[in-house]
Design a protein around this ligand. Structure first.
Ligand SMILES: Cc1cc2nc3c(=O)[nH]c(=O)nc-3n(C[C@H](O)[C@H](O)[C@H](O)COP(=O)(O)O)c2cc1C
Length: 195
């Protein structure tokens, strides 16, 4: 399918001026708004996702006494009743297979001042550094980043494989939050802040 055709707003389909006096933008500006979308759907999708701001998290587990973690932006709350969330883990990630076995995982939402933690858990070269500093690691529970923006201990209750990733659903059992609200955010290939 042609991606541009799927999302473009031809002038004829643009919302008409309403009786309330709102004016729709001129046709030319609607077209300009989509001019960077090309016919390559995967690339268009990537470009769209670069425009989505996400908080940055480190998902942790402990298996056989070994702590494991991964930087992941693919995290979302699901419902308040029960309190639940999902994370998406690439099947090539070292901890993917282990995620299918564990009873619990933890979502450590990173603070603006923890960009280095994000980098360490996003690069296999830094594996030896991953839990060196700032973590509570007793392996009775998944590791907790002590100064995280938020920490959510989840019972892993379900998972689904889809494409290159698996979606893991967790029911939240414990929460800790840091008072100041200044999460680390990832947008357009860069880290930044939001507060
Ligand atoms: C900002 C950012 C967000 C990421 N989000 C995810 C994600 O949501 N899921 C995922 O599987 N990998 C994600 N990754 C990639 C993994 O962090 C990276 O491949 C990591 O090295 C995999 O862990 P491993 O080295 O232990 O295999 C992300 C990387 C970055 C830099």
């Amino acid at each position: 399918m042609n991606a541009a055709a799927a999302i473009a707003f031809p002038a004829a389909a643009a919302p008409a001026a309403s009786d309330s006096g709102c004016q729709r933008p001129a046709a030319a500006s609607w077209l300009r708004a989509v001019s960077s979308i090309d016919d390559d759907l995967p690339d268009a999708f990537r470009q769209a996702m670069r425009r989505v701001a996400s908080t940055v998290n480190v998902i942790t587990i402990c298996v056989g006494g070994e702590p494991m973690g991964i930087t992941a932006t693919a995290m979302s709350s699901i419902s308040m009743d029960p309190p639940s969330l999902l994370v998406c883990i690439n099947r090539t990630a070292a901890m993917h297979g282990r995620m299918e076995d564990v009873s619990h995982f933890r979502v450590n939402v990173l603070h603006r001042d923890q960009e280095q933690v994000a980098q360490i858990f996003a690069d296999r070269k830094h594996q030896a550094l991953r839990f060196a500093d700032g973590w509570t690691v007793d392996c009775e529970r998944p590791p907790r980043l002590v100064d995280a923006q938020a920490s959510l201990l989840c019972r892993r209750i379900d998972h689904h494989r889809f494409g290159t990733h698996s979606i893991f659903i967790g029911q939240v059992e414990e929460v800790a939050v840091r008072d100041d609200v200044a999460p680390l955010v990832y947008i357009n290939g860069r880290y930044g802040g939001a507060s």
